[in-house]
Write a protein that binds this ligand. Structure first.
Ligand SMILES: [Zn+2]
Ligand SMILES: [Zn+2]
Ligand SMILES: [Zn+2]
Length: 136
């Protein structure tokens, strides 16, 4: 269920609670007649509903956090003009293709390829975050 839906339900319940409160204030018999029990039951149900919606929301947030950490196990190698490689990794930051690459400037772990253009071509040599086309 999309989180938006839960937020909408939460807001709707909040409005209903406010409406019931107004109703109870305007309609005095609701407070001390045979209606009172019904009114209280509705209030109790609402509180339970609000609690459940909030619990569901926090569970959903937790789920999304787990989901995002799975996404972050994708290869972070930045391919010039394309973006992140995003291939699955074995709990590494880089995929099989990109993890052995060393910066052609300083020999450190490469995180991207050089996006400098050489005529119609891109340079494409592996680079770390500190090096650029000028020093490799
Ligand atoms: Zn990769
Ligand atoms: Zn380097
Ligand atoms: Zn280059």
């Amino acid at each position: 269920m999309p989180k938006d839906t839960l937020v909408k339900i939460d807001n709707a319940l909040f409005e209903v609670t406010g409406f019931l409160g107004e109703l109870a204030a305007d309609f005095t018999p609701l407070k001390d007649s045979k209606y009172r029990e019904c009114y209280e039951q509705i209030s109790t149900l609402q509180i339970e509903l609000v609690k459940s919606v909030r619990t569901l929301q926090s569970k959903l947030e937790h789920h999304n956090a787990t989901f995002e950490s799975k996404i972050s196990n994708k290869c972070k190698f930045h391919v010039s003009w394309v973006g992140y490689c995003n291939q699955d990794t074995n709990n590494n930051d880089f995929c099989e293709e990109h993890s052995p690459l060393k910066c052609s400037g300083c020999g450190a772990k490469a995180t991207k390829d050089c996006e400098a253009t050489l005529g119609p071509m891109t340079c494409g040599k592996p680079l770390c975050n500190n090096c650029n086309h000028k020093n490799h």
